[in-house]
Design a protein around this ligand. Structure first.
Ligand SMILES: C[S@@+](CC[C@H](N)C(=O)[O-])C[C@H]1O[C@@H](n2cnc3c(N)ncnc32)[C@H](O)[C@@H]1O
Length: 237
């Protein structure tokens, strides 16, 4: 039996509902594997970028046939937690905010980023290029993001945005009712690399990231109330 992280060690996910936290990781693993399967991609090597304390990774390590399970996060505390508490067949490492991963070229079948590009303020395209580098031809990337629909749908008092209503620029943009944008970035504090919220226009993303990886589909409000962009590294001719 492997322990669950306390709420503060899992980015607050699911508050005190530990079962819901555990089940959400299992559900997301099945969604990922079903998605890969639907595109005929066999998953032997999996990488979760921004894995936190292994919400999804733990299930890949325990409940799947996947042979190599890797995860990375910018927060060393999460990586330490995984290395202390989760199965030894998980390879966990810390990455930086510069898009470089200690992963071999063309070695990964499936990359996921759950609620990570919603916080990546800089180098988003360089990150997609780094994901392309590590994916094998035909490999799949599953990236969740906040879209224009989420921005337009923000209503006063929504718990998800409670840290943002008092943010001057966030409040001003909402007052303006701005609907047309490519990318909206709000930063909470300037001394940390992970303190922003980012919204993307879906068509803008399709063009921007679609130059790097092939866009297979966009799944609206699918994962953790975010949209999912499913992309693929072009198969070898
Ligand atoms: C909202 S949490 C989501 C955690 C996890 N993906 C999940 O679904 O349970 C965002 C995570 O991304 C990590 N993160 C933020 N920026 C990152 C970056 N540039 N590279 C890797 N991890 C990053 C944070 O440390 C945090 O663990």
């Amino acid at each position: 039996m492997y322990p669950l992280p306390v709420t503060s060690d899992r980015e607050g996910y699911h508050g005190s509902n530990h079962f819901k936290y555990w089940a959400s990781g299992l559900r997301d693993m099945h969604r990922l594997l079903q998605c890969a399967n639907s595109y005929g991609v066999e998953v032997n090597v999996f990488l979760d970028i921004g894995c936190a304390s292994g919400r999804v990774l733990r299930h890949f390590a325990i409940n799947s046939h996947v042979q190599r399970v890797m995860g990375c996060d910018i927060n060393s505390r999460h990586v330490d937690w995984i290395m202390t508490h989760l199965p030894k067949n998980i390879e966990a490492f810390q990455n930086t905010s510069i898009p470089t991963l200690q992963v071999e070229d063309s070695s990964v079948d499936l990359v996921s980023c759950f609620s990570v590009f919603t916080h990546v303020e800089n180098f988003d395209s360089a990150w997609i290029m780094e994901i392309k580098r590590v994916l094998r031809p035909g490999g799949i990337a599953w990236i969740t993001f906040l879209s224009e629909r989420h921005w337009i749908g923000i209503k006063d008092g929504m718990p998800r945005y409670r840290n943002w209503y008092g943010h001057p620029e966030f409040a001003a943009r909402r007052r303006e009712g701005q609907r047309q944008f490519n990318r909206l970035v709000f930063r909470q504090r300037s001394d940390r690399s992970y303190s922003s919220i980012v919204f993307y226009n879906t068509e803008f993303l399709r063009c921007r990231w679609g130059r790097i990886l092939d866009v297979l589909e966009v799944r609206p409000t699918f994962s953790a109330a975010q949209d999912v962009l499913v992309m693929q590294k072009t198969r070898s001719p």
